[in-house]
Design a protein around this ligand. Structure first.
Ligand code: PAF
Length: 286
């Protein structure tokens, strides 16, 4: 696996692959890799000729009081994991490489960015879209892979790709969960054992939503209230939002039609966790 720190370097390597007609798959990450990331990498390895993974903790998607500095990092460990999987290139640029002094260009998906997580994390999706577009411009992938865990992010990226006529195709893969249902996230490392136990309430509330829906309930307010009641029984949990929305435009639904996205963000003490499920009449894991 070639590890590239510079934009020119990765571009040069990929140029050779592109001239020989090889397809490029891309998995953008912020590192501290877990099975969720690895499922994206495996899909890319299966679907494309060359797989590029990026590791970059992107400062512009963190708010001033968020966890940019604490965000877990372990590049050596990540390199080992990716090498074993057979990844072709790792792009791990510095902040200065991506945002040199005087940088001032940003990308916004103006409506979708203000819903759900965007309400409590202003500027977050502007940072995400900006870095993803910059990385797409550098890598020019045929395919890019994102996790359903960040459902709003995946929907916004797809919208950006459509609106800006990008040629990269986006593939979204299911949430990977621990055996007890907790969605994998690099931020789970912030949880102590008691908090980790409390965090199971997110998935339990989503399972409750799925059960109510499967039993015939179509009133979104009723399902949301049942989820809220369940979460509020957990003393360490504080709800940021619980929402049932249309998949495409993230508009709140009153009457549920398939496919509907049930999404939530909950603080477990100081750790903000997100999770979601797509309601369907067939029982699904994520
Ligand atoms: O999902 C993430 O890890 C990040 O938001 C991404 C897509 C790598 C952009 O920094």
């Amino acid at each position: 696996m070639k590890v590239c720190r510079k934009i020119d370097e990765i571009r040069q390597h990929l140029q050779a692959d592109k001239t020989s007609g090889r397809t490029i798959g891309f998995v953008p990450t912020m590192g501290y890799l877990h099975e969720g990331h690895l499922s994206l990498v495996r899909e890319s390895l299966n679907l494309t000729d060359r797989t590029v993974v990026s590791i970059f903790v992107n400062p512009t998607q963190f708010g001033p009081r968020e966890d940019y500095h604490q965000y877990p990092r372990n590049l050596e460990r990540d390199i080992n994991i990716l090498q074993k999987l057979g990844v072709d290139y790792l792009f791990a640029p510095s902040v200065e490489e991506m945002y040199p002094p005087g940088y001032q260009t940003y990308v916004e998906v103006t409506e979708l960015q203000n819903k759900l997580c965007g309400r409590s994390r202003p500027g977050h999706f502007r940072g995400v879209c900006t870095i993803v577009l910059k990385l797409f411009n550098i890598i020019q992938p045929d395919w890019a892979f994102f996790g359903q865990k960040d459902a709003q992010q995946a929907i916004i990226i797809q919208k950006m790709v459509t609106d800006l006529h990008l040629t990269t195709r986006i593939k979204v893969l299911p949430i990977v969960r621990d055996k007890d249902g907790l969605a994998l996230s690099s931020r789970n490392t912030y949880l102590n054992p008691q908090e980790r136990q409390a965090a199971l309430v997110l998935y339990k509330s989503l399972q409750l939503a799925q059960q109510l829906f499967a039993a015939g309930e179509r009133n979104a307010t009723v399902i949301k209230q049942a989820m809220i009641d369940l979460i509020q029984q957990e003393p360490l949990a504080k709800i940021d939002y619980v929402a049932i929305v249309e998949m495409e435009n993230l508009e709140e639904l009153k009457e549920i039609k398939e496919p509907a996205l049930v999404a939530l963000a909950v603080f477990i003490n100081r750790v903000r966790l997100i999770d979601n499920i797509i309601l369907s009449l067939k029982e699904k894991k994520s």
